[in-house]
Design a protein around this ligand. Structure first.
Ligand SMILES: [Zn+2]
Ligand SMILES: [Zn+2]
Length: 285
């Protein structure tokens, strides 16, 4: 990987619930998980069902690195929050079952001490899950933070954080690397005609903003208190913030490929450099 590579790859672009069916195959049914590559390091955001595929890839890469005698890299997984669609892949992350690997988990949306460790232990427990995280053989590190903190999980990258408007709390991220930036703003709602000034300031001038585009403006009155936003609001915020590229994310489980194609086309009319995220999509910045 070139030393100045900076890109995002989507392993799960769906929100709320995994939704595999014949008419969601193009965009994919897995829930929130993205991989941000910064040179030869990687940052993982969210552990939705898409995390399983990323884990297999990282395990393959680790085996290749071993063969070449290269040093193992620590993996960093940062949570926006722990609703099921953002954590359900966690127990199935292959690097957890490799004793030579170290995985550091980061979260900031919950109050109180030991929040990241508590989150994992409460999620993986009987009767909701048969085993706890003690089955993992990798080294596990927990790192709590507060929204607003600036994080330095890897060399050369700065990760800013902000609190988003979502039930049970949620953290938005801005990753800056070698003069470029990617913002991950998912699971947030808005008030119509009142653009979120905090998000505009946070994402100002970013090279890419990934945004919670669960609904359309016309659907929004039915779901205004569900904690999500619309693709149109994302485009308006991106324009107001001077963002260069805009990617719609957290698609509704019921949104078919055909419907997402239509939304993508409509979005391109108002924001030319835009995408509807799909599994496998890589956006370079
Ligand atoms: Zn979600
Ligand atoms: Zn949520």
């Amino acid at each position: 990987m070139a030393i100045d590579t900076f890109n995002v790859r989507f392993w799960g672009a769906r929100g709320t619930l995994a939704s595999t069916s014949l008419d969601t195959g193009k965009y994919g049914g897995n829930t929130a998980c993205i991989e941000v590559t910064c040179g030869d390091e990687v940052l993982i955001f969210d552990a939705g069902s898409g995390l399983r595929g990323l884990g297999s890839k990282l395990a393959r890469e680790a085996r290749r690195a071993d063969k070449k005698g290269e040093k193992r890299k620590k993996l960093n997984l940062l949570f926006t929050h722990c609703h099921y669609d953002h954590i359900s892949g966690l127990p199935f992350f292959e690097p957890f079952f490799d004793k030579k690997t170290t995985v550091k988990l980061w979260s900031g949306h919950l109050p109180g001490p030991d929040k990241t460790k508590r989150m994992v232990h409460e999620y993986m427990r009987s009767p909701f899950f048969p085993v706890g995280p003690e089955v993992f053989t990798s080294k596990l590190e927990y790192q709590d933070f507060e929204p607003g903190d600036v994080l330095k999980p890897i060399r050369g990258a700065t990760v800013q954080t902000m609190s988003l408007n979502h039930h049970d709390g949620c953290v938005g991220y801005r990753i800056d690397f070698q003069g470029r930036s990617i913002c991950f703003i998912t699971d947030t709602t808005h008030i119509p005609d009142k653009p979120d000034a905090g998000i505009i300031e946070f994402t100002a001038g970013a090279d890419l903003m990934i945004y919670d585009a669960t609904y359309t403006d016309s659907e929004f009155p039915m779901f205004w208190n569900f904690g999500h936003s619309t693709w149109e609001e994302g485009a308006r915020l991106a324009k107001a913030a001077g963002v260069k590229r805009y990617c719609m994310f957290h698609h509704r489980p019921s949104r078919t490929d055909e419907a997402l194609d239509e939304i993508r086309n409509q979005c391109k009319d108002v924001f030319r450099r835009s995408w509807a995220a799909y599994e496998g999509l890589v956006i370079k910045v």
